[in-house]
Every structure is written in structure tokens, then in C-alpha cells.
Design a protein around this ligand. Structure first.
Ligand SMILES: Cc1ncc(C[n+]2csc(CCOP(=O)(O)OP(=O)(O)O)c2C)c(N)n1
Ligand code: SF4
Ligand SMILES: [Mg+2]
Length: 297
């Protein structure tokens, strides 16, 4: 598991070029900035279609959604064939590219335990094409394909539990992270960088445009996602060993996270209570796993 670091240990070097073409307050751009600081220069970054985040100074290659797992695999094996074990094949994909459209190729790469690092910037919808719902979109969220009206209350289904699905491939490392907790994020990327085999870190990356909040509040929104238990920070090694990285004495009510975001503004008290109950139940399961140090899956 990763070691805690302090703010002073965050590398000063910048591996992304600013200004990029992302919107003001973009969580994905911040995720790129932090993650690539931790990775340093010896990286080949892979992209598939998604929102512009930041241009990285390291070499970049890209492909179609469905080819994300295959191109990453080929790059990693190619680097080994020419004796460049020091260079890492790193994906920086969206939630659409990880949870949905690119899922099959990534699952296959995980099952083969390819020596790759997958970073997912999860903004909980297809933002690049106009905020369509993805399987990462949370229940009740209003998107352009899950509108709010007489026959629709936003997205009818819960967010897919992709970290657990990848953990169930019994890969060396799966973790969640958030741009609101930069020390935790940097520690996880630094740790995952030098592990062998398939590693994945899913980074909460708030999007002020699709989530509909003031762009100045990205960090507050990200932090409150973690503090309410809606975005727990954890690590899973070898599909079993489990650690919760942020354990407040008491979780904040989910309404603190939902209210500032206009994608949830239509939610009734009953719907908020339902999300509260679901979050509390899932949190209890995670804290039990943390006490045991392992998951039963
Ligand atoms: C096979 C395929 N389907 C759909 C598209 C259109 N498309 C391009 S980007 C995108 C959204 C990607 O969403 P996500 O991966 O979450 O990244 P974000 O834009 O949110 O950063 C879609 C649907 C495509 N390029 N290829
Ligand atoms: S739409 Fe959202 S994710 Fe895309 S660049 Fe703008 S703020 Fe970032
Ligand atoms: Mg997205």
C-alpha cells in the first residue's frame, strides 16, 4: 500500500503545459497535472477520445476507445523488447473510456496482468460530447440523456463499481483518488508507478460544466465527495488486501455534496434520504473490510 506523504513532498516539477484547452476549474486538468508530476519524464502517455485536459511534456500516443487496452499492452511489451524497462506505459482515459466504451480491452489487459498503469479521470459522464450519461454517472444525476421531467428523475441507476470489478481481476493494484486530496493522489501514483503488472487508479475529477457548480469550487466539491462517503479513498492489492485511506470520525451528510451541484437540484428529500442510506450501507462495508484488511470477494 502507498505511504502517506506531506504537501512539501509533492514534486515541484511540472509535466503538463499550462494553459491547456480545458475549461476553468476543470478537475480532469488538475488530475493530469498532479498525476504526471508524480510520474516524471519517463512515460509514454496514451489517450483515447475525451475532454481536453492538459498537454503533457512526455510523448503521447492515442487510439480509438476499443483499442485502449491493446495499444497500452503493445507499448508496454515493445518497451520491454527494446530493453526500456525504465519507461512506463500509462493510460489517461475518461470514465467513458474505462467504464463503458473501452472496458472490454482494459478488462482483457487486466486479466492478462499486462505491465501497465491506467489512470482514469472520472467526471461521471461523456463531457467531451455534451454531458451524456455514462455508467459512472451517479443515480439521480441530470445529464443530457437522463433529463429531469414528468417521466424522468435523472439517471435511474447507480454508478457502476468499476474499482471493485477491476480488483476482481486479481491485479496487483487498484485504487481510488481525488483531486481534492493531492497528497493521497500523488502517493498512490508514485507507489503504482514502480509496481509490476496491471495497476489502475480512478481519480475523481469534478467537471463544473456538467456538474453545474461555480468553477471556483472544484476542490470543495471534490473534498465533500470524499467527506460524505460518496467517493471513498481506498486501495486494493491482489484483489483482496484492502485499506481505506480517509477515515473521518463521522461522515458529513450527503446533502452537503449534492446541494451545490445543479445536476442534483431536482432531488426530493426522499431521494436524498435514499442516497444517504445507500452511502451509509456501503461505507459500513468498507470500514469492515478496512478492519479486516481484506475484502471477501
Ligand atoms: C466508439 C466511439 N463511440 C463514441 C465516440 C464519441 N465520443 C468521443 S469522446 C466521447 C466521450 C468520452 O467520455 P469520457 O471517456 O468520459 O471522457 P470525457 O469527455 O468525459 O473527458 C464520445 C462518446 C467515439 N469517438 N468512438
Ligand atoms: S467539460 Fe468538464 S471535464 Fe471537459 S474540459 Fe470542461 S471542465 Fe473539464
Ligand atoms: Mg467523462
Amino acid at each position: 500500500m502507498s505511504e502517506r506523504i506531506t504537501r512539501a513532498q509533492i514534486p515541484l516539477s511540472e509535466m503538463t503545459i499550462t494553459p491547456g484547452s480545458a475549461c476553468q476549474g476543470c478537475g480532469a486538468a488538475l488530475a493530469a497535472r498532479l498525476a504526471f508530476k508524480a510520474l516524471g519524464p519517463n512515460v509514454i502517455r496514451h489517450g483515447i477520445p475525451c475532454c481536453p485536459d492538459s498537454v503533457t511534456k512526455t510523448p503521447r500516443t492515442g487510439t480509438v476507445f476499443e483499442g485502449g487496452g491493446a495499444l497500452l499492452t503493445g507499448t508496454s511489451r515493445g518497451l520491454k523488447a527494446i530493453g526500456r524497462d525504465d519507461v512506463k506505459a500509462v493510460a489517461f482515459y475518461g470514465d467513458g473510456g474505462t467504464y463503458d466504451i473501452g472496458f472490454q480491452g482494459l478488462s482483457a489487459a487486466a486479466e492478462r496482468n499486462e505491465d501497465v498503469l491506467v489512470l482514469t479521470k472520472d467526471n461521471e459522464a461523456y463531457m467531451n460530447t455534451g454531458n451524456q450519461r455514462s455508467s459512472a454517472t451517479p443515480k439521480y444525476s441530470m445529464t443530457s440523456t437522463t433529463p429531469v421531467g414528468p417521466k424522468s428523475r435523472g439517471k435511474p441507476r447507480h454508478k457502476k463499481n468499476v474499482p471493485f470489478i477491476f480488483a476482481a481481476h486479481y491485479v496487483p493494484y487498484v485504487a481510488t483518488a481525488s483531486v481534492g486530496f493531492p497528497e493521497d493522489l500523488i502517493a498512490k501514483v508514485t507507489y503504482a508507478k514502480d509496481l509490476k503488472g496491471f495497476r489502475m487508479i480512478i481519480i475523481q475529477a469534478p467537471c463544473p460544466v456538467g456538474w453545474r457548480y461555480d468553477p471556483a469550487k472544484t476542490i470543495e466539491v471534490a473534498r465533500s465527495g470524499v467527506q460524505t462517503g460518496l467517493w471513498p479513498l481506498y486501495e486494493i492489492e491482489d484483489g483482496q488486501n484492502f485499506k481505506l485511506n480517509y477515515k473521518p470520525k463521522e461522515l458529513k451528510p450527503v446533502s452537503e455534496y449534492l446541494s451545490p451541484q445543479r445536476r442534483f437540484r431536482h432531488m426530493t428529500e426522499d431521494e436524498t434520504a435514499e442516497i444517504q442510506e445507500d452511502t451509509t450501507t456501503k461505507w459500513d462495508t468498507l470500514t469492515r473490510a478496512d478492519e479486516l484488511g481484506r475484502l471477501i470477494i
